[in-house]
Write a protein that binds this ligand. Structure first.
Ligand SMILES: Nc1ncnc2c1ncn2[C@@H]1O[C@H](COP(=O)(O)OP(=O)(O)OP(=O)(O)O)[C@@H](O)[C@H]1O
Ligand SMILES: [Mg+2]
Length: 243
């Protein structure tokens, strides 16, 4: 029987930032697997390396040493153009700072990855509207980011990460600006997207990596990876979901 290749495989990854003669070790040797259909949460104190790790997984940053494969592809071996194309098709990323384009409406922001993947503007805007409905923003499609609260912008960013149906979704603190009810709505959506039953349009389960400090959402995880000082220190089962 052949070994099942995980959606994400991280081995011995290190990353040191050097700025102004000061070196900061952000990752000191990380090993991690994320399976298709799995929602893995990454938790740990501020500065422990969570954003750095998911940025490397998503091909936004390069590691110094070690390897990362996403669906069997080593992003470091791809040319810049190939890597951009791979990310565009396969990865949805929710940035800690949302990174919405200020001149576009909420629906236009959400539609961008779908258009980049070949959908017509019209179809993309329809799908964007449906996703905005699902994150509770159906009535804010025409609003621009400056007209939205932080929590509303965060939900637009989440809708944008899902619209092109990517098999890997990486979210940096997706509920940090949300109240309890909106946080649960977003996590219900992400949980559905992760599948565990072939719920994606492609019929395949997706892999999700969710960085969070929010203990209220831990129960949505399949596994929790604890980080400290640039290392994974524990892999745990989540607490039971109260119904
Ligand atoms: N571009 C950069 N240049 C220099 N140092 C950086 C850079 N990005 C991150 N670091 C440092 O690397 C370490 C890990 O940062 P990272 O952003 O990954 O932490 P984090 O776990 O996401 O923290 P938080 O919970 O506050 O978002 C920190 O010490 C940070 O100061
Ligand atoms: Mg961070």
């Amino acid at each position: 029987m052949s070994e099942l290749v995980p959606a994400v495989r991280v081995r011995g990854v290190t990353k040191t930032f050097s700025t102004g003669g000061i070196s900061t070790v952000a990752l000191a040797g990380v090993d991690l697997d994320v399976a298709a259909g799995e929602l893995l949460m990454l938790v740990g104190p501020s500065g422990c390396g969570k954003t750095t790790l998911i940025s490397i997984i998503a091909g936004i940053l390069d590691q110094n040493a070690g390897s990362v494969t996403v669906f069997g592809h080593d992003l470091k071996t791809l040319s810049a153009g190939q890597r951009t194309a791979f990310r565009c098709r396969h990865i949805g990323f929710v940035f800690q700072a949302y990174n919405l384009l200020p001149s576009l409406t909420a629906a236009e922001n959400v539609s961008i990855p779908a258009i980049l993947n070949g959908m017509t503007h019209r179809q993309a805007l329809i799908k964007a509207g449906e996703l905005l409905d699902r994150v509770g923003l159906g009535d804010r499609r025409q609003s621009r980011p400056t007209q939205l609260s932080g929590g509303q912008q965060q939900r637009v960013a989440i809708a944008r990460a899902l619209i092109h149906d990517p098999p890997l979704i990486v979210c940096d603190e997706p509920t940090s600006a949300l109240d309890h009810r909106s946080g649960e709505q977003v996590m219900d959506l992400l949980r559905t997207v992760a599948g565990g039953g072939g719920s994606s349009a492609s019929g395949q389960d997706r892999a999700l990596v969710v960085v969070t400090h929010d203990a209220r959402i831990f129960s949505y995880a399949d596994r929790i990876a604890r980080m400290d000082d640039g290392r994974i220190t524990a892999l745990e089962q989540p607490p039971e979901r109260s119904s």
